[in-house]
Design a protein around this ligand. Structure first.
Ligand code: GLC
Length: 549
């Protein structure tokens, strides 16, 4: 240790690479493959004849499997059908630009030859060979970037490793700091120096304090271009935020963020999970995430033989077919300048707007609320054929064919001059009058454009309302609410007509943010009421009313 510290200090200090440069490839890439692979693929969700509730990679924890019994599963981890070339090709054909694979998950099992433990693929399995190197090599040959997930805190098979609930096996009991010093820090050193990944994807800081997180910093120091996520803990934000299994209502404006998501309900392989999202849903999610300025990291969970489930392969193939025609509307684009479009979404690249049309207009006219001088318009699937463009005072109408070229989502390109002139969100910058507010979470946070600052009623208040004056009558047709990640609450939106409140919409928020259309209403005064329960008080990040033409 001392020796390497001396070595570090003798090295000329390299210049820091500015974050925007470091992340350039990542912000352009938009779409990546997540791979959760490990010994949990042997029980594949079933223990002692019973299907275990929860994700496949958490089976040891949920079923409280003794370490010795769990380690025996490794004897059947023999990925003879592992074909890294086929995996990389599959990801590439889907339009993905990077791969993030678990180098060690919460069960502590390493997919590489770690010198600090025998609990790794080389020492504990009949396969006996490193799984990461061939993937890294193939990915690099194919021009794909590669990242490693590493569970730095939870570790259920090493002395002192973290666990959310009380430990259930004596091998786990010990000092967390010793675990960090003996396992996590040396292993992170190993994966960075051996493979030089482009991304280090930390997961779940539970017992990570600032001091503990700092143990890793000297290890990261030499890798000037390394991208890290926000899950190291100890107050270290990393480069990218990682909303998990949901798409934030407005994205995270001005931040780098990546939605990670499963295709069914598990990360690690679980043979009984057939709750697959359709290819259509996955394409729509990709479009939604990218239109909000984020990346999409979509997961597969290979079997212990090394096979990616056929259902995943099939979906990635269909997404890839869509990408073959439409990827120009995805890669290297920026978030939509429009807060809301009733028929779909948009992305922006230079002087081109990519209009992601989900609801194809039945009257053949695609209306875009923009006041710039419009240029050419065409279908991305047929750029040679120009579409009619009608420039009106406050919007542009594009004449589109009667039938959508793609049954899921078709892209219309519109060239334009200047910077997009878009009307502001009617509620943006307004002042809400609320019935109750916590002193640390005032009403002003509702309309400040930052989903990470919240309005919350005073302690003990479970139902509260906020009123807004839009300053003029505006036709609105969509309600968006940003929330923290917890259970949803009941909401009601009302409009004031002739001095009386009339209900526009009511329901339950998903807890991760709401994006809800309603039959357009013209009004100036609106009221939002939210109610929660004792353990789950209302907390709203942003209240947005979106206008319609
Ligand atoms: C959670 C889970 C984990 C999964 C990860 C992916 O943190 O604990 O199993 O790897 O999410 O984002």
């Amino acid at each position: 240790m001392l020796f390497s510290a001396v070595l570090f200090s003798c090295k000329p200090k390299q210049e820091e690479v500015p974050q925007a440069d470091r992340l350039q490839w990542w912000t352009d890439a938009k779409f990546g493959l997540f791979i959760h692979w490990g010994v949990y693929s042997v029980p594949a969700g079933t223990y002692q004849g019973k299907q275990v509730i929860g994700c496949g990679e958490w089976i040891m924890y949920h079923a409280e499997i003794p370490s010795k019994v769990y380690k025996d599963f490794a004897k059947n981890f023999n990925p003879v059908k592992y074909d890294p070339e086929a995996w990389v090709r599959m990801a590439k054909d889907a339009g993905m630009k990077y791969i993030v694979i678990t180098s060690k998950h919460h069960d502590g099992f390493a997919l590489f030859n770690s010198k600090v433990t025998d609990w790794d693929v080389v020492d504990a399995t009949p396969w006996g060979k490193d799984l990461l190197r061939p993937l890294v090599k193939t990915a690099r040959n194919e021009g794909m970037k590669i990242g490693f997930y590493y569970s730095q805190d939870y570790d259920w098979n090493h002395y002192g490793g973290g666990s959310y609930k009380p430990k259930w096996d004596s091998v786990q009991v010990g000092s967390f700091d010793e675990y960090l010093d003996n396992i996590a820090v040396p292993q992170v050193t190993e994966i960075l120096s051996e493979y030089k990944p482009d991304i280090l994807w930390w997961d779940i800081p539970f017992e990570m304090t600032k001091e503990r997180a700092e143990k890793f910093l000297p290890v990261l120091e030499p890798y000037k271009r390394l991208i890290t996520n926000d899950r190291l803990g100890g107050g270290y934000p990393g480069d990218i935020q990682t909303p998990e299994q949901f798409i934030p209502a407005t994205g995270f404006p001005g931040k780098n963020w990546e939605v990670c998501m499963t295709m069914n309900d598990t990360w690690g392989y679980q043979s009984h999970d057939t709750n697959w999202k359709s290819s259509k849903e996955l394409i729509l999610k990709l479009s939604e995430i990218v239109s909000k300025g984020g990346n999409f990291l979509l997961n597969v969970g290979p079997t212990s033989e090394g096979l990616i489930p056929q259902a995943s392969i099939h979906r990635l193939r269909e997404v890839g077919e869509w990408m073959k025609v439409n990827s120009e509307a995805i890669y290297a684009t920026k978030a939509s300048p429009f807060p809301y479009l009733p028929w779909g979404r948009a992305t922006l690249k230079g002087q081109k707007l990519y209009l992601h049309v989900i609801n194809w207009p039945s009257d053949g006219l695609l209306k875009l609320p923009i006041n710039n001088k419009a240029g050419k318009a065409y279908l991305l699937s047929d750029p040679s054929k120009e579409l009619g463009v009608n420039q009106l005072q406050d919007h542009v109408e594009i004449s589109v064919p009667a039938v959508a070229p793609d049954s899921v989502l078709s892209v219309v390109v519109l060239e334009f001059e200047g910077t997009p002139g878009v009307l502001p969100i009617p509620t943006a910058g307004k002042q809400a009058v609320v019935s109750s507010a916590d002193t640390s979470m005032p009403a002003s946070n509702l309309f400040d454009g930052d989903p990470a600052t919240f309005w919350k009623p005073a302690p003990g208040v479970l139902k509260a309302s906020a009123e807004v004056d839009l300053g003029e009558e505006i036709k609105v047709g969509n309600l968006s609410l940003c929330e923290t990640y917890h259970r949803g609450h009941d909401y009601k939106l009302e409009v004031k007509k002739n001095n009386k409140w009339e209900t526009v919409l009511e329901g339950k928020t998903p807890g991760t943010g709401l994006v809800q259309d309603f039959s357009p209403v013209t009004g100036r005064y609106f009221r939002l009421t939210v109610s929660g329960t004792k353990g789950d008080v209302p907390v709203i990040g942003e209240w947005i009313l979106n206008r319609v033409l």
